[in-house]
Design a binder for this molecule. Structure first.
Ligand SMILES: *Cc1c(COP(=O)(O)O)cnc(C)c1O
Length: 232
């Protein structure tokens, strides 16, 4: 890319092509893996440009940004909330996000349940898992997952559909593979618990630098920002 300027159109096309190739290499049917374009910090105009190229799933990590962009953009956009969600912000996004990827505590899930009942919606959520045990990252460890899942899945108005993780940044994207593989094994194990009310199917993992490895290891949702929209 030396010398030329970044455009969203180029970023999107390159990402889409790499995404498609990774799906084919992994033997995943098109449409089986979902590409979420992470538009955080970028204006509605940027979303509109990617939308014009055919993108329909977008990810935001701040309640305020989502509530600002959602009303001015096409109604068939599917918004995914991917960032740390403060409990007092749940009410702003509960009826705007198609899926909340980042449920990192039972307390947050209880507020999601409360707001879902108030707004009469069903909240689709993923449970955030932190297998690295990094203090700076939110989420359930492997040990606490089952109990958390049982508690969250029992809440009315909350539909648990799988697990999400934010990997560590590795210079070499292959470095993320071991974590992705452990996530897949954990998803399969969690599904085997057959927790009442939970429907453990999806894995949300992989970002700009490692989404191909995530697809190879079984991701159902990849969350790609920088590669599509440029640096933040
Ligand atoms: C920002 C963000 C992404 C996208 O990261 P990029 O490296 O820009 O692709 C994915 N997931 C989460 C939770 C994020 O906050």
């Amino acid at each position: 890319m030396a010398g030329d300027t970044f455009t969203i159109t180029d970023g999107y096309r390159r990402t889409e092509e790499a995404f498609r190739e990774a799906c084919i290499a992994a033997g995943r049917g098109l449409g089986e893996v979902k590409l979420i374009a992470v538009s955080k910090t970028f204006p509605a105009e940027a979303v509109r440009e990617a939308y014009g190229l055919g993108q329909r799933l977008f990810g935001e990590n701040r309640a305020q940004e989502l509530t600002e962009k959602q009303p001015v953009l096409p109604k068939d956009i599917e918004w995914h909330f991917i960032g740390r969600l403060q409990r007092n912000k749940v009410k702003y996004i509960i009826d705007k996000a198609a899926m909340i990827h980042s449920v990192d505590s039972a307390a947050l899930a209880r507020e999601i349940s409360r707001q879902a009942l108030l707004k009469q919606v069903e909240a689709s959520v993923l449970i955030e898992v932190n297998l690295d045990g990094e203090e700076t990252k939110a989420g359930f460890g492997a040990e606490g997952l089952r109990q958390g899942l049982e508690e969250i899945a029992a809440l009315p108005g909350v539909h648990v559909l799988g697990l999400m993780t934010i990997g560590q940044y590795h210079e070499d994207p292959e470095g993320s593979r071991a974590l992705f593989r452990r996530m897949r094994a954990l998803r399969d194990e969690a599904a085997s618990w057959a927790v009442p009310g939970a429907d453990i199917r999806y894995l949300s993992m992989g970002m700009s630098h490692d989404f191909e490895a995530a697809i190879a290891e079984g991701a159902d949702y990849v969350r790609v920002g920088t590669a599509i929209f440029g640096g933040r």
